[in-house]
Design a protein around this ligand. Structure first.
Ligand SMILES: Nc1nc2c(ncn2[C@@H]2O[C@H](COP(=O)(O)OP(=O)(O)OP(=O)(O)O)[C@@H](O)[C@H]2O)c(=O)[nH]1
Length: 188
């Protein structure tokens, strides 16, 4: 196996969509029973993906809304992003493009290595967002997409693996073009 790669990932989305539950299920293999609003918390998990070891540094953020200013205290670059909405909340879905566009404005990039994740897929009887809408949003932004249930641990690891794939795809291009080896898309 080659040397471990460190990849820094931010998890974004509006309040209560399931960001912390997704991260906790991925990193600690548990689904928290109670809801505590997140201020901001960092986690590390080492995974092997496609034969490569990755130390994933995952930043679980406080929920955003359309008025949230991107904070300068996120003052380090992220390699990639996990944008989270809940399939039970149309407003949480509509916010994804707003936050994505703010990040583009902030960074001056034309696209971001990211995955869009529709959480709470176990609550399909309360669905407000069709899976096809999720796929279309991802396609429009050249992003990966999955639905997931942190409660049932469905597609949770896949969400982060898709994010790593998006990061590696971009890095392969920039490195191929002779740019710095650890080029990051955004410095907030
Ligand atoms: N049924 C179900 N409930 C979920 C799932 N993921 C999260 N929840 C519930 O949704 C609520 C919010 O979950 P959190 O993970 O705290 O959401 P968050 O996005 O981190 O919230 P903020 O920290 O306020 O931004 C909690 O009551 C969770 O138990 C899921 O996959 N299925």
């Amino acid at each position: 196996m080659t040397m471990q790669k460190r990849r820094k990932i931010a998890v974004l989305g509006t309040r209560s969509v399931g960001k912390s539950s997704l991260v906790k299920q991925f990193v600690e293999n548990e689904f928290p029973q109670s809801y505590y609003p997140t201020i901001e918390k960092a986690y590390v998990k080492v995974i092997v993906h496609n034969g490569q070891e990755y130390a994933c540094e995952i930043y679980d953020t406080a929920g955003q809304d359309e008025y949230t200013q991107l904070k300068v205290h996120h003052a380090m670059g992220f390699h990639g992003y996990v944008f989270v909405y809940s399939i039970t909340s149309r407003p949480s879905f509509d916010l994804i493009q707003i936050v994505y566009d703010k990040l583009l404005d902030f960074s001056g990039n034309t696209e971001l290595p990211c995955v869009i994740v529709g959480t709470k897929s176990d609550l399909h009887y309360n669905r407000q967002v069709d899976m096809l809408d999720g796929k279309a949003l991802a396609a429009a932004n050249n992003a990966a997409f999955t639905e997931a249930s942190s409660k049932n641990n469905v597609n949770v690891a896949r969400a982060f693996e898709l994010c790593i794939d998006e990061i590696e795809k971009r890095l392969a291009v920039t490195q191929g073009a002779g740019n710095a080896p650890d080029h990051r898309c955004v410095t907030m």
